[in-house]
Design a protein around this ligand. Structure first.
Ligand code: CAO
Length: 429
């Protein structure tokens, strides 16, 4: 015969006065033996308390927020007739450490249920921090739902089972709001490694600039299909001219480096190839062509990379540009650059020419569609009129957004730059 049994909090180890954070059943619910009734959470761990019997819940004697200890009555249950006097679950509830996943990750198996296919990857950091009960965590993990991306509708934003179900429904229906930003890939998190296990280490926090730049670069790298076109410009004549100019303005403290010429050459190329002076709009379906020429210049500072923007390069002469590069780089290195000076760029130049190297693949400064990397010039033997002659060659590395720019256009763009830099007379002063 069915009988009413009181279900009490079992031995929960060293814990006393633990908070009930979720009541998972209500009166009238049918439960199976070992299914979770409530979730308790201490400052160290959370645990689900299972039902020791199958049957129907008659009355709930507990509510969320209450503190309980061993022996506290949770509920009464009308246990199934088949139940013996000995409850099925006499064991301690499974304790789930706050900083460990509830079940094995990505092995294709949960602790309880073997699965034929590997589970989708979740972001472990976000998953751990999410406000959810172990039962919901387990449920989410079984479905491969990333708790870190789910907004909870429960008490104090707690993630409920329904939230996980809704999230999965949204994913299946292809709702953009639930896809990774930009519809890109969900990337597996890096492995957590105890570096100290292999030798002495020192941990240093990244600078704010590092963190901010890192975010932008990562986003750009993941969202934009990058291709890099390499070329060389013969700057033998240009270098002579640059040295003359530098000499002339030395007394005024103005150093004219190749960057000023590159700014001018880039503007000419953008005028010739307007697609390089465009951005995709937020929908990704329209190209916005800019009629202005604001060019970013990557500056290396002690705290990391910043990209101030030189406004209206087409309206400034070489000397003005050279002065502005010097003063802007100085401000950037002294952290005095106003945020306005870093906005509105159309295209970026990143020069490692003062350092060295022969080529590199710069990351596009989104929402721009291309970036020009410049490496150190060097003397190379070049065939001219059937003779090998020494020429000063400047390596160019143009990374471009392949959604907007085709390979042929990129090759034409760098060729145009090469030709215009080779002929100093063609450069607007
Ligand atoms: N080939 C050969 N020499 C070059 C050169 C090149 N392509 N570019 C610069 N040089 C020379 C300069 O003429 C200068 O020579 P002198 O000291 O003999 O006068 C020297 O290298 C140092 O130049 P500079 O770097 O101080 O000046 P710049 O105008 O060329 O560059 C700036 C200014 C702000 C762009 C640069 O200082 C800087 O910060 N570069 C780093 C940018 C960066 O980090 N990019 C990587 C981003 S990752 O995508």
């Amino acid at each position: 015969m069915a009988k009413i049994i009181e279900i009490t909090v079992p031995d929960i180890g060293d814990f006393d006065e633990v908070e009930v954070i979720e009541v998972l059943v209500q009166a009238g619910d049918r439960v199976e033996a070992e299914s979770s009734l409530i979730t308790l959470e201490s400052d160290k761990a959370s645990m689900d308390i299972p039902s020791p019997h199958s049957g129907t819940i008659k009355e709930i004697k507990i509510k969320a927020g209450q503190k309980v200890s061993q022996g506290h009555i949770i509920a009464t249950i009308e246990a199934d007739e088949t139940v013996t006097n000995k409850p099925i679950a006499e064991k301690k509830p499974a304790k789930i450490e706050a900083d460990k996943p509830a079940v094995a990750v990505n092995t294709g198996r949960s602790a309880a249920t073997p699965r034929p296919a590997p589970l989708p990857t979740v972001n472990e950091g976000g998953f751990r921090k999410a406000h959810a009960s172990p039962a919901v965590r387990k449920f989410a993990r079984e479905l491969g739902a990333d708790l870190g991306r789910i907004n909870g509708t429960g008490n104090k934003g707690r993630i409920l089972k329904e939230d996980v179900q809704n999230f999965i429904k949204q994913i299946l229906s292809g709702s953009a709001a639930f896809m990774p930003a930009g519809g890109g890939l969900a990337v597996a998190p890096p492995p957590e490694i105890d570096f100290a296990a292999y030798g002495e280490i020192e941990s240093k926090a990244l600078s704010n600039i590092n963190k901010l730049t890192g975010k932008y670069l990562h986003s750009s790298w993941v969202r934009i299909p990058h291709v890099t076109q390499f070329d060389e410009a013969d700057i033998t004549e240009l270098e002579k001219y640059r040295k003359q100019l530098s000499e002339k303005y030395k007394d005024q403290g103005i150093k004219i480096t190749i960057i000023a010429f590159l700014l001018k050459a880039v503007v000419s190329a953008l005028q010739e190839f307007p697609r390089f002076n465009s951005s995709l709009d937020a929908s990704g379906e329209n190209l916005i062509f800019k009629k202005y020429f604001h060019i970013g210049v990557a500056v290396d500072t002690p705290d990391g990379l910043v990209v101030p923007v030189i406004q209206d390069v087409d309206k400034k002469n070489l000397l003005q540009l050279a002065e502005e590069i010097i003063s802007t780089a100085q401000l950037a290195r002294e952290k005095k650059l106003k945020i306005d000076k870093m906005k509105g760029g159309c295209f970026t130049i990143s020069s490692l020419g003062g350092v060295g190297g022969t080529a590199f693949t710069p990351i596009i400064n989104q929402p721009e569609v291309a970036i020009l990397g410049v490496s150190r010039s060097s003397l190379k033997p070049v065939y001219q009129d059937n003779t090998l002659v020494p020429r000063l060659m400047l390596p160019l590395s143009l990374s471009y957004d392949h959604r907007v720019i085709d390979g042929v256009a990129a090759a034409k763009f760098t060729r145009f730059l090469g030709e215009i830099l080779a002929d100093a007379q063609r450069l607007p002063s």
